[in-house]
Design a binder for this molecule. Structure first.
Ligand SMILES: [Zn+2]
Length: 213
């Protein structure tokens, strides 16, 4: 009896462990294969993926190529947001989408300040393919004044800073109001950063970009 009970308990533990393993390994690989490449699937956006260039706060090229990968639900919401902005005379210019965890670690060594760079031990929502950095430009490609450049780390970039020209405040309002309608949320320190409220708890990924030659 005791032997059978021990055997049962041991078997049950192994069974639970196997189920957990299959659940997590499966969800990881499924998530990995399901990221949408926005550059391939939508041509209404303008891309300026700064970490594929040295024109970013690290002054180093961090991505091997210009990619914008997002979870399908996030990509869909962003496409709808862009249609909304297009109806109003603007379109979205994208600076960053999914960011591999290995890149997050490099950024953290350059700027270990959690107000501006997420600690890789916790992970950024960019590492979860559920955050996007962006601005608006006009339909004919003119820049819209948002008060600072992308990745300006200071209070001028804060969304609750109203000590800015009226036009800048209005431009940020148009951007934020549009994005919020499509399920995105803001953070206080960066006017360009938006994340999906529904998908912010998705698994952290560290898939390197597959670059075409
Ligand atoms: Zn961001």
């Amino acid at each position: 009896m005791l032997y059978n009970l021990i055997k049962f308990k041991f078997g049950l533990k192994r069974f639970i462990f196997l189920c957990l393993y299959l659940t997590f390994s499966n969800s990881f690989s499924q998530t990995e294969s399901k990221l949408v490449d926005l550059k391939q699937s939508a041509n209404e956006f303008v891309f300026d993926i700064r970490y594929a260039t040295s024109n970013n706060f690290t002054k180093e090229v961090l991505y091997d190529c210009e990619k914008c990968l997002l979870l399908p639900e996030v990509a869909e919401a962003l496409k709808n947001a862009n249609y909304y902005f297009c109806d109003r005379g603007y379109k979205i210019k994208i600076f960053d989408c999914y960011r591999p965890l290995s890149v997050q670690k490099k950024m953290w060594t350059k700027l270990p300040n959690p107000i501006y760079v997420a600690d890789p031990a916790i992970g950024s929502i960019h590492n979860r393919a559920a955050a996007v950095d962006l601005t608006l430009i006009t339909l004919d490609g003119k820049e819209i004044d948002m008060g600072t450049d992308y990745d300006f780390f200071g209070k001028e970039a804060h969304i609750d800073n109203y000590n800015l020209p009226k036009e800048v405040i209005e431009n940020r309002k148009i951007l934020q109001e549009g994005m919020i309608q499509f399920g995105f949320a803001t953070i206080q320190s960066e006017w360009w950063h938006f994340y999906s409220k529904n998908k912010s708890g998705s698994p952290i990924l560290d898939i390197p970009f597959v670059c075409e030659n």
